[in-house]
Design a protein around this ligand. Sequence first.
Ligand code: SAM
Length: 204
Amino acid sequence: MNFYERWILPWLLDLTMRNKECRRYRQRVIPEATGRVLEIGIGSGLNLPFYGAGVEHLFALEPSPQLQRMARRRTKGTRFTIEFLDRSAEEIPLERGSVDTVVTTWTLCTIPDAIRALEEMKRVLKPAGTLLFVEHGLAPDPGVRAWQHRLNPLWNRIGGGCNLNRKIDDLIAKSGFRLADLETEYAKGPKPMSFIYCGRARPA
Ligand SMILES: C[S@@+](CC[C@H](N)C(=O)[O-])C[C@H]1O[C@@H](n2cnc3c(N)ncnc32)[C@H](O)[C@@H]1O
Protein backbone atom coordinates (compact mmCIF):
# COMPACT_ATOMS: atom_id res chain seq x y z
CA MET A 1 0.00 0.00 0.00
CA ASN A 2 1.53 3.35 -1.03
CA PHE A 3 1.36 6.73 0.77
CA TYR A 4 -1.68 7.89 -1.24
CA GLU A 5 -3.68 4.71 -0.50
CA ARG A 6 -2.75 4.69 3.17
CA TRP A 7 -3.15 8.35 4.14
CA ILE A 8 -4.95 10.36 1.46
CA LEU A 9 -7.52 7.94 0.00
CA PRO A 10 -9.33 7.01 3.28
CA TRP A 11 -9.76 10.70 4.12
CA LEU A 12 -10.90 11.46 0.54
CA LEU A 13 -13.41 8.57 0.60
CA ASP A 14 -14.86 9.73 3.90
CA LEU A 15 -15.23 13.26 2.53
CA THR A 16 -16.79 12.31 -0.82
CA MET A 17 -19.10 9.61 0.58
CA ARG A 18 -20.54 12.07 3.12
CA ASN A 19 -22.46 14.05 0.46
CA LYS A 20 -26.20 14.74 0.55
CA GLU A 21 -27.00 12.54 -2.43
CA CYS A 22 -25.39 9.44 -0.85
CA ARG A 23 -27.19 10.28 2.38
CA ARG A 24 -30.52 10.22 0.54
CA TYR A 25 -29.90 6.60 -0.58
CA ARG A 26 -28.58 5.57 2.85
CA GLN A 27 -31.77 6.94 4.42
CA ARG A 28 -33.88 4.97 1.96
CA VAL A 29 -32.19 1.56 2.24
CA ILE A 30 -30.38 1.10 5.57
CA PRO A 31 -33.45 1.24 7.89
CA GLU A 32 -34.66 -1.99 6.23
CA ALA A 33 -31.81 -3.99 7.80
CA THR A 34 -32.92 -6.28 10.63
CA GLY A 35 -31.59 -8.96 12.97
CA ARG A 36 -27.98 -10.07 12.60
CA VAL A 37 -26.59 -7.73 9.97
CA LEU A 38 -23.36 -7.93 8.01
CA GLU A 39 -22.15 -4.72 6.37
CA ILE A 40 -19.58 -5.26 3.63
CA GLY A 41 -16.86 -2.58 3.40
CA ILE A 42 -18.32 -0.36 6.11
CA GLY A 43 -15.73 2.28 5.21
CA SER A 44 -15.78 5.21 7.63
CA GLY A 45 -19.14 4.10 9.10
CA LEU A 46 -21.46 6.49 7.30
CA ASN A 47 -24.40 4.05 7.34
CA LEU A 48 -24.32 3.67 11.13
CA PRO A 49 -26.80 6.47 11.98
CA PHE A 50 -29.42 4.95 9.66
CA TYR A 51 -29.73 1.48 11.22
CA GLY A 52 -33.07 1.06 12.96
CA ALA A 53 -34.35 -0.58 16.13
CA GLY A 54 -34.65 -3.99 14.40
CA VAL A 55 -30.87 -4.49 14.31
CA GLU A 56 -29.57 -6.87 17.01
CA HIS A 57 -25.92 -7.18 16.05
CA LEU A 58 -23.76 -5.68 13.31
CA PHE A 59 -20.75 -7.42 11.78
CA ALA A 60 -18.74 -4.58 10.25
CA LEU A 61 -16.37 -5.98 7.65
CA GLU A 62 -13.64 -3.57 6.53
CA PRO A 63 -10.16 -4.50 5.26
CA SER A 64 -8.69 -0.96 5.50
CA PRO A 65 -7.37 -0.26 9.04
CA GLN A 66 -7.58 3.51 8.41
CA LEU A 67 -11.27 3.40 7.41
CA GLN A 68 -12.03 0.95 10.21
CA ARG A 69 -10.53 3.42 12.71
CA MET A 70 -12.85 6.17 11.38
CA ALA A 71 -15.86 3.83 11.59
CA ARG A 72 -15.05 2.90 15.20
CA ARG A 73 -15.26 6.62 16.10
CA ARG A 74 -18.81 6.68 14.71
CA THR A 75 -20.07 3.73 16.80
CA LYS A 76 -20.75 5.78 19.96
CA GLY A 77 -24.42 5.77 20.91
CA THR A 78 -25.47 2.81 18.73
CA ARG A 79 -28.10 0.60 20.38
CA PHE A 80 -26.79 -2.68 18.97
CA THR A 81 -23.52 -4.55 19.43
CA ILE A 82 -20.86 -4.18 16.72
CA GLU A 83 -18.08 -6.59 15.81
CA PHE A 84 -15.43 -5.46 13.33
CA LEU A 85 -14.10 -8.04 10.87
CA ASP A 86 -10.70 -7.20 9.55
CA ARG A 87 -11.13 -9.20 6.32
CA SER A 88 -11.93 -9.07 2.64
CA ALA A 89 -15.44 -9.77 1.32
CA GLU A 90 -14.14 -12.64 -0.79
CA GLU A 91 -13.52 -14.58 2.46
CA ILE A 92 -16.18 -13.72 5.02
CA PRO A 93 -15.28 -15.27 8.39
CA LEU A 94 -18.88 -16.19 9.32
CA GLU A 95 -20.82 -19.44 9.25
CA ARG A 96 -23.21 -20.47 6.49
CA GLY A 97 -26.77 -19.18 7.04
CA SER A 98 -25.83 -17.05 10.05
CA VAL A 99 -27.04 -13.53 9.12
CA ASP A 100 -30.43 -12.00 8.34
CA THR A 101 -29.32 -9.01 6.27
CA VAL A 102 -26.25 -8.21 4.22
CA VAL A 103 -25.69 -4.53 3.38
CA THR A 104 -23.42 -3.27 0.64
CA THR A 105 -23.21 0.40 -0.33
CA TRP A 106 -20.72 1.54 -2.99
CA THR A 107 -18.41 -1.46 -2.51
CA LEU A 108 -19.14 -3.85 -5.43
CA CYS A 109 -17.42 -1.31 -7.70
CA THR A 110 -14.15 -1.83 -5.80
CA ILE A 111 -14.00 -5.40 -4.46
CA PRO A 112 -11.51 -7.13 -6.80
CA ASP A 113 -13.54 -10.37 -7.21
CA ALA A 114 -17.12 -9.12 -6.88
CA ILE A 115 -18.69 -12.45 -7.91
CA ARG A 116 -16.78 -14.39 -5.27
CA ALA A 117 -17.69 -11.75 -2.68
CA LEU A 118 -21.39 -12.00 -3.61
CA GLU A 119 -21.24 -15.80 -3.42
CA GLU A 120 -19.81 -15.40 0.07
CA MET A 121 -22.64 -13.00 0.98
CA LYS A 122 -25.13 -15.60 -0.24
CA ARG A 123 -23.39 -18.34 1.77
CA VAL A 124 -23.61 -16.44 5.07
CA LEU A 125 -27.21 -15.28 4.53
CA LYS A 126 -30.09 -17.30 5.95
CA PRO A 127 -32.27 -18.80 3.15
CA ALA A 128 -34.93 -16.14 3.87
CA GLY A 129 -32.34 -13.39 4.34
CA THR A 130 -31.99 -10.17 2.35
CA LEU A 131 -29.19 -8.45 0.50
CA LEU A 132 -29.66 -4.66 0.54
CA PHE A 133 -27.57 -2.72 -1.95
CA VAL A 134 -26.83 0.79 -3.22
CA GLU A 135 -24.13 0.74 -5.86
CA HIS A 136 -22.95 2.76 -8.84
CA GLY A 137 -22.13 1.12 -12.14
CA LEU A 138 -22.57 0.75 -15.87
CA ALA A 139 -25.08 3.21 -17.33
CA PRO A 140 -27.64 2.28 -20.02
CA ASP A 141 -26.84 5.16 -22.40
CA PRO A 142 -24.20 4.37 -25.04
CA GLY A 143 -22.60 7.83 -24.79
CA VAL A 144 -22.23 7.61 -20.99
CA ARG A 145 -20.99 4.01 -21.22
CA ALA A 146 -18.30 5.02 -23.70
CA TRP A 147 -17.02 7.61 -21.19
CA GLN A 148 -17.20 5.07 -18.36
CA HIS A 149 -14.99 2.64 -20.31
CA ARG A 150 -12.65 5.46 -21.39
CA LEU A 151 -12.23 6.92 -17.89
CA ASN A 152 -12.07 3.60 -16.03
CA PRO A 153 -8.29 2.97 -16.09
CA LEU A 154 -7.53 6.42 -14.61
CA TRP A 155 -10.50 6.33 -12.20
CA ASN A 156 -9.43 2.91 -11.00
CA ARG A 157 -6.00 4.27 -10.06
CA ILE A 158 -7.17 7.39 -8.25
CA GLY A 159 -10.21 5.69 -6.68
CA GLY A 160 -8.40 2.85 -4.91
CA GLY A 161 -9.58 0.18 -7.38
CA CYS A 162 -13.06 1.59 -8.03
CA ASN A 163 -14.62 0.67 -11.41
CA LEU A 164 -17.18 2.77 -13.26
CA ASN A 165 -18.34 0.07 -15.64
CA ARG A 166 -19.58 -2.92 -13.64
CA LYS A 167 -23.13 -4.06 -14.40
CA ILE A 168 -24.25 -4.53 -10.82
CA ASP A 169 -27.60 -6.27 -11.42
CA ASP A 170 -25.91 -8.90 -13.62
CA LEU A 171 -23.22 -9.51 -10.99
CA ILE A 172 -25.87 -10.01 -8.30
CA ALA A 173 -27.98 -12.36 -10.47
CA LYS A 174 -24.91 -14.36 -11.59
CA SER A 175 -23.95 -15.01 -7.98
CA GLY A 176 -27.10 -16.93 -7.11
CA PHE A 177 -29.42 -14.14 -5.99
CA ARG A 178 -32.94 -13.33 -7.19
CA LEU A 179 -33.55 -9.58 -7.53
CA ALA A 180 -36.65 -8.77 -5.48
CA ASP A 181 -36.53 -5.04 -6.10
CA LEU A 182 -34.30 -2.91 -8.31
CA GLU A 183 -34.35 0.83 -9.00
CA THR A 184 -31.86 2.37 -11.37
CA GLU A 185 -31.35 6.08 -12.01
CA TYR A 186 -28.77 8.81 -12.40
CA ALA A 187 -28.05 10.49 -9.09
CA LYS A 188 -26.94 14.12 -9.10
CA GLY A 189 -23.37 14.50 -10.33
CA PRO A 190 -21.27 13.61 -13.38
CA LYS A 191 -23.14 10.87 -15.27
CA PRO A 192 -20.26 8.37 -15.65
CA MET A 193 -19.86 8.26 -11.84
CA SER A 194 -23.48 8.46 -10.78
CA PHE A 195 -25.61 5.72 -12.34
CA ILE A 196 -27.15 4.05 -9.28
CA TYR A 197 -28.44 0.51 -8.73
CA CYS A 198 -30.47 0.38 -5.53
CA GLY A 199 -32.59 -2.48 -4.21
CA ARG A 200 -33.04 -5.81 -2.53
CA ALA A 201 -32.13 -9.39 -3.47
CA ARG A 202 -32.76 -12.81 -1.94
CA PRO A 203 -30.85 -16.09 -2.20
CA ALA A 204 -32.30 -17.89 -5.25
C1 SAM B 1 -16.33 3.90 -1.84
S1 SAM B 1 -15.98 3.11 -0.33
C2 SAM B 1 -17.60 2.91 0.37
C3 SAM B 1 -17.58 2.82 1.86
C4 SAM B 1 -18.94 2.58 2.54
N1 SAM B 1 -19.53 1.34 2.13
C5 SAM B 1 -19.90 3.74 2.32
O1 SAM B 1 -21.03 3.51 1.87
O2 SAM B 1 -19.53 4.88 2.65
C6 SAM B 1 -15.53 1.45 -0.82
C7 SAM B 1 -15.31 0.51 0.35
O3 SAM B 1 -15.06 -0.82 -0.12
C8 SAM B 1 -14.06 -1.39 0.71
N2 SAM B 1 -13.43 -2.53 0.05
C9 SAM B 1 -12.54 -2.53 -0.96
N3 SAM B 1 -12.16 -3.79 -1.26
C10 SAM B 1 -12.84 -4.61 -0.42
C11 SAM B 1 -12.87 -6.01 -0.21
N4 SAM B 1 -12.14 -6.84 -0.95
N5 SAM B 1 -13.66 -6.49 0.76
C12 SAM B 1 -14.44 -5.66 1.51
N6 SAM B 1 -14.45 -4.33 1.36
C13 SAM B 1 -13.65 -3.80 0.41
C14 SAM B 1 -13.10 -0.22 0.94
O4 SAM B 1 -12.18 -0.46 1.98
C15 SAM B 1 -14.09 0.89 1.22
O5 SAM B 1 -14.49 0.87 2.56
